[in-house]
Ligand binder design. Structure first.
Ligand code: ADP
Ligand code: MG
Length: 253
């Protein structure tokens, strides 16, 4: 007889993609993507430019639709119909390469907008929440400024704080440091490391392999719209299995 503890079902993954295919017109951008992310996991997704990384993560908050397969996020089936989009957007925070802050709104207004509109938070509550996260990314003193008055690194930290204001269960990052001047990369990576230390579930597209080595539980390599291999960082960097992975690592390391 088996022990009761060992027969408990594993917790459902927070992100589950099964057999996902996606085309842009006649171009197949994703082929048979299977990806399962557990709560608390930190995943780095890498691969050559054009391999489909942005498309893959955009599918997870339904910025893109897919033609085949299943995507379930925290129990919400995104491929079941249109109504689930708002529900999933509230659970999945996204940070882009270009910070995508609203230029005509102050930092604070950027942070309170969605919580007030989509979560029905009062202004007072939304502002308190925003200040809490602006402190966490270490720029509460910038709250009344406009995005153009901040450095790129500060803007990206605001973008992270803004996403956190919705209490997401997962954070998706799409090359969050690629548009930054080199001296600002570290402050954004440090913010991301802080999030990881707090137990946030994270799926990060990044070529910052130092970050991958120190933070990721798993590194996933994509090429030509397919997941070619995935492994813990030590194995991924130490013994890459595919020639394409070796080529890629040779170019970026
Ligand atoms: P990555 O993020 O890995 O660089 P993307 O997901 O951005 O890759 O793009 C994968 C491929 O899909 C590229 O060949 C790109 O040109 C193409 N692509 C991306 N977005 C679109 C789109 N909206 N319409 C048509 N093709 C697209
Ligand atoms: Mg991309």
């Amino acid at each position: 007889m088996t022990d009761a503890v060992t027969t408990l079902p594993a917790p459902a993954p927070i992100i589950e993609m099964q057999g996902v295919d996606k085309w842009y017109g006649s171009f197949q951008v994703l082929t048979d993507i299977d990806l399962s992310v557990r709560a608390g996991e930190r995943i780095v997704l890498c691969g050559p430019s054009g391999s489909g990384k942005s498309t893959l993560i955009r599918c997870i908050n339904r910025l893109e639709t897919v033609q085949k397969g299943r995507i379930v996020v925290d129990g919400i089936d995104l491929t079941a119909g249109g109504k689930n989009v708002d529900a999933v957007r509230a659970e999945v925070g996204m940070v882009f390469q270009q910070f995508n802050l609203f230029p005509h709104l102050t930092i604070l207004e950027n942070c309170v907008l969605s919580p007030m509109r989509s979560k029905g938070m009062s202004r007072q509550e939304a502002e308190a929440t925003a200040m809490q996260y602006l402190k966490r990314v270490r720029i509460p003193e910038q709250a009344q400024k406009y995005p153009s008055q901040l450095s790129g690194g500060q803007q990206q930290r605001v973008a992270i704080a803004r996403a956190l204001c919705l209490s997401p269960k997962v954070m998706l990052f799409d090359e969050p440091t690629s548009a930054l001047d080199p001296e600002m990369v570290k402050e954004v990576l440090d913010t991301m490391i802080g999030l990881a230390d707090d137990g946030m579930t994270m799926l990060c597209v990044t070529h910052e392999m130092g970050f991958a080595r120190s933070v990721a539980d798993r590194v996933i390599f994509m090429a030509d719209g397919k997941i070619l291999e995935q492994a813990p960082p030590a194995q991924f960097f130490g013994q890459p299995r595919h020639e394409k992975t070796r080529q890629f690592l040779g170019q970026i390391l």
